[in-house]
Design a protein around this ligand. Structure first.
Ligand code: NAD
Length: 508
């Protein structure tokens, strides 16, 4: 069994990631050597780290002696041969296969055969990096997230060569460093960068068809609990970086159309609209997202008959809200649990939570023009004024157009009109995140628990994809994805066999 407790660590690459990794290893008590090919870069990184730690001490977040001890454990070196005694090497050099292979092959001539080699690559196959090593079984991915000292997640990536005991030793070590390690296999994007693709892709698809503005999409997904909407997040990450990751996952999957990058993003990158760093992306900076126009909403008209449809937590919430909304009229809504959909019927007009069918499709099916759909309600109980996308059937009369929004407002939401697209904003985004996570599990990339932990800790999602699924159900998610698939054709909305199998079991 490989043991790495307190072993000397060599960190190669004194850039943003390498410096963070050196800090975390030193804080955990390891003697750390920090090496970079740029003359003086490792020493400069240590000086910079000293001032960062000093700042933490000044703010009372770190004891002065702990800061001193951490720094004392870090030795910058411009000479790779100094690493001979290392028990673990973590490389965080340039993201280039040839450079990484060359470095690690060279290191094999310096360190002992028992020394574990870890790569912090975010997109290169760990199996490919190991190819050509004398002892390829000792190479493992140790994928940290930026900023390393703050982000808890470490993806422990096993390639085809990686020995299980080596992956296990890194898993144990990451825990000792205060991180939450998750096992994954060397596949494009590993867990986080793969499962997160639809968060951007669905937004870019909506923007391409002018279904909603960036500010509206951001508000809706923030309403679903995400800390940042996809547009503000892409502006922060940088469209060049985000586009490069999307392209890399797309190419690595033999250009599977499911991962196809968006014209919207390419145009922005080509035009130098890179986001915050260039002063303009979806928004202009320093201003950021513009305030949404203030909607003037009417109060619901006096109704004669209101029925809440559906079962489960969302329908319960709607019933409570409708009861409150009708309290002034001295009566409450009826409840029908078994109609197979969630929403309200108000004097014959339908207000339906999205199942993927558009308001237009539902209107044709129900043979009534007065239909509106609203987005999936995720955060329960919904905070008052939570943004919620909705779309009204094109043939609806003016009264229902205003009343649909009035009712959503009376139920406690801030209704935001969007085009009548299948799955609106939140429902389709969550369904696609779940679908991608399901495929990752199907392909042995991670476990459902691993996917949930990775998405919550690696990209701060408010819940993991399998947690969302547990509050939804397989049959409805599959139905929504099939509707999207039927609507758009192409491979993007292809249902994961993992999900479809479970949906079949659920209905059997
Ligand atoms: P960076 O450009 O900040 O730092 C890379 C450092 O490596 C530079 O100081 C460079 O001089 C040095 N270097 C290059 N070739 C070298 C060699 N052969 N030997 C020694 N030093 C060498 O880059 P970064 O953002 O810290 O990324 C480093 C690695 O971590 C990459 O593989 C990247 O994909 C991965 N990563 C980055 C992030 C991120 O958010 N930046 C997150 C996770 C993983």
């Amino acid at each position: 069994m490989t043991k790495l407790h307190h072993t000397p660590v060599l960190v190669v690459g004194a850039g943003i990631m390498g410096t963070g990794i050196a800090q975390v290893a030193a804080q955990a008590g390891h003697p750390v050597m920090l090496h970079d090919t740029r003359d003086g870069a490792a020493a400069a990184a240590k000086t910079k780290l000293a001032s960062t730690l000093q700042g933490l001490v000044a703010k009372g977040k770190l004891a002065a002696d702990a800061a001193d001890a951490t720094l004392a454990r870090i030795t910058p070196t411009d000479v790779l041969q100094d690493a001979a005694g290392a028990g673990l090497v973590v490389e965080a050099i340039v993201e280039d296969l040839a450079a990484k292979r060359h470095l690690l092959q060279r290191l094999e001539g310096i360190v002992a055969p028992t020394c574990v080699l870890a790569t912090n690559t975010s997109s290169i196959s760990v199996t490919a990096i190991a190819n050509g090593l004398q002892h390829p079984g000792r190479l493992v991915g140790m994928h940290f997230f930026n900023p390393v000292p703050l982000m808890k997640l470490v993806e422990v990536v096993s390639g085809l060569h990686t020995e299980a005991s080596v992956a296990e030793a890194i898993h144990t070590l990451a825990k000792a460093w205060g991180k939450v390690p998750v096992h994954t296999r060397s596949t494009p994007g590993f867990i986080v960068n793969r499962i997160a693709r639809p968060y951007y892709a669905e937004t870019l698809a909506l923007l391409l068809e002018q279904a909603a503005t960036p500010a509206v999409i951001d508000a809706c997904l923030r309403g679903a609990g995400f800390r940042m909407g996809p547009c503000e997040l892409m502006d922060l990450i940088g469209h060049d970086t985000n586009f490069a990751v999307t392209n890399s996952v797309y190419d690595a999957n033999f250009q599977d159309k499911r991962y196809m990058p968006s014209l919207v993003q390419r145009e922005m990158v080509d035009g130098g609209l890179l986001g915050r760093k260039s002063g303009r992306g979806f928004y202009r900076y320093p201003d950021g997202a513009p305030a949404l126009p203030v909607a003037v909403l009417e109060a619901p008209n006096t109704a004669r008959e209101v029925t809440v449809h559906g079962e489960g937590a969302i329908a319960d919430l709607l019933e409570t809200a409708a009861t409150q909304a009708l309290a002034g009229q001295g009566w409450g809504p009826a409840r029908l649990r078994s109609t197979g959909w969630t929403g309200l019927v108000i004097d014959g007009a339908h207000l339906v939570m999205s199942t993927g069918r558009t308001a237009g499709e539902l209107a044709a099916e129900l043979r009534t023009q007065q239909v509106a759909v609203f987005d999936r309600i995720v955060a329960l109980p919904a905070a008052p004024g939570t943004a919620l996308a909705y779309a009204v059937n094109e043939g609806a009369n003016p009264n229902w157009r205003t009343q649909a929004a009035a009712w959503l407002a009376a139920l406690g939401f801030a209704p935001l009109p969007v085009a009548d697209t299948p799955g609106l904003v939140v429902a389709r985004t969550l369904a696609m995140l779940i679908n991608e996570a399901a495929d990752a599990v199907l392909q042995g990339v991670c476990t459902p628990e691993g996917a949930d932990a990775a998405m919550k800790l690696g990209v701060n999602y408010p819940a993991g994809p399998f947690e969302w699924l547990a509050r939804w159900n397989e049959t409805e998610v599959v139905r929504l994805l099939d509707t999207l698939d039927n609507h758009y054709r192409g491979e993007r909305y292809r249902v994961s066999p993992w999900l479809r199998r479970r949906a079949i079991k659920e209905t059997a």
